[in-house]
Design a protein around this ligand. Sequence first.
Ligand code: UDP
Ligand code: MG
Length: 309
Amino acid sequence: MSGENINISVVIPVYNEEGNLPELYERVTRVMEEMGRPYEFIFVDDGSLDRSLRMMTEFRGRDKRVRVIKLLRNFGQTAAIYAGFSQVRGQVVVMLDADLQNPPEEIPKLVAKVDEGYQAVSGWRTIRQDKIHRKVVSRILNFFIAKLTRTNMHDWGCSLKAFSRDFVDRLNTLSHHSRYLPADVGWLTPNVAEVAVDHAPRRAGETKYTPLVLIRTGFDLLVSVTAAPLQAIGVLGWLLALLGFVIAFLIAGAMLFGYDPGLFTMIMALSFFLSGVQLIAMGFLCEYVSRIYVEVQDKPYFIIKEELP
Ligand code: UDP
Ligand code: MG
């Protein structure tokens, strides 16, 4: 297939999803056929260890609209999605999870928004079917992404999304390594549409995000999105030093009026002050480190959209 007239590319990252793939393939196919636009499936096998790859190979055998991109090993969900993005041929790009938590039946709603002219469209899981700790972590991340991108969205983290091809081409120019897709999307455009979508519990298999992986990932995401934690150290230092200074001031006042503030209070003032000074020094160090951090990310400093004719 030349791929020239493909209209929609559906990108799906797959890591050990043997229990979900047959139904996923069947439901996405039904939805796409109903839409009646030429499409391709891009399954990205993220180093699956179960029968997933064999199943996808079998889909490909009987249906040439299916393409299977096999990664060398397990790189993680975000990397798998970006790998899929690098191969798309359609004019509209849809992404969703393989575990049927994002009902494929919602795809047309998102595509309609892209047709309206939105570059990026995100699902919003109005009723989310996940464990409570997942929801809490998502809330926190959503807050940071909203602050960072200055774009308030209910659910930045929803993995059912649709983009115009232009937008995906632009995402593909980013070359930094520690990535979080919602942050990249928000960084590229504030013009993200939101569509309420259903959410289902996982059909089969296990979530790949165990609490431990989640803490690790959450921390990774936070640090990949912003250098604010580094900068907070300096701020903390100033606050502590100030606190130490205020206490010292009060002690001096008390002594002036003949009160004995006691050794403990004095030591407290001194230790606040000293740790404050240390953190301030470290804060400066962090400012340098955070600049190095921004540089090594190697994000383009600007992206020209087009030159007027
Ligand atoms: N996934 C992947 N590589 C990984 C982990 C997950 O490609 O290392 C895929 C997984 O197969 C699924 C999607 O990413 O299609 C979301 O994974 P999961 O359902 O475990 O995440 P959750 O829904 O718990 O956030
Ligand atoms: Mg899931």
